[in-house]
Design a protein around this ligand. Structure first.
Ligand SMILES: [Cu+2]
Length: 164
């Protein structure tokens, strides 16, 4: 019985250390919204999909079933098919949406790649506007049906998000 309790505490402490990695609310700020983001092959689902402007904590989970994923946040009004066209035409890495230097696309931040079954969070200050979420991982060793490096974005890991 005592052993079981001790093990439980260790697990809780590990979870605590993981959760506070990048989700600190800066001093003098107040958290406005919590948003759940589910990553998986091949979708990004955000609940809710719009929030008021201010400090937002994204609680991001990776449901897999197989791959590590990341959440990259861009501020943009550029349509999905145009972003896909830009990623396909990227001379450096086909399927990767450049995180700087694309007109009308501003990189805001990211919750870095993490494994299936885990949850990570990140806090971002967002002003009113249109945003998109992308998993920008490209796996050169993994080919898609057309024989191109597998791009998580092109496979469908994209969602729109609105800040009012
Ligand atoms: Cu991914």
């Amino acid at each position: 019985m005592i052993r079981a309790i001790t093990l439980g505490m260790v697990v809780l402490l590990m979870l605590g250390a993981m959760a506070c990695d990048s989700d600190e609310v800066p001093e003098g700020y107040e958290l406005v919204s919590n948003v759940g983001v589910a990553l998986g092959e091949w979708s990004i689902t955000s609940t809710p999909s719009s929030v008021p402007a201010g400090l937002v904590r994204f609680n991001v989970s990776n449901g897999g079933p197989a791959d590590p994923h990341e959440l990259v946040i861009f501020r943009t009004t550029v349509a999905k098919d145009e972003l896909e066209r830009i990623a396909i035409a990227n001379p450096e890495e086909r399927g990767f949406l450049p995180e700087e230097g694309v007109s009308g696309v501003e990189f805001i931040g990211e919750v870095e790649e993490f494994d299936v079954g885990l949850a990570m969070s990140g806090v971002f200050e967002l002003s009113a506007g249109s945003y998109v979420f992308i998993c920008n991982i490209v796996e050169p060793e993994e080919l898609d049906e057309e024989g191109n490096p597998e791009s998580h974005f092109l496979e469908g890991m994209y969602a729109t998000f609105t800040v009012n």
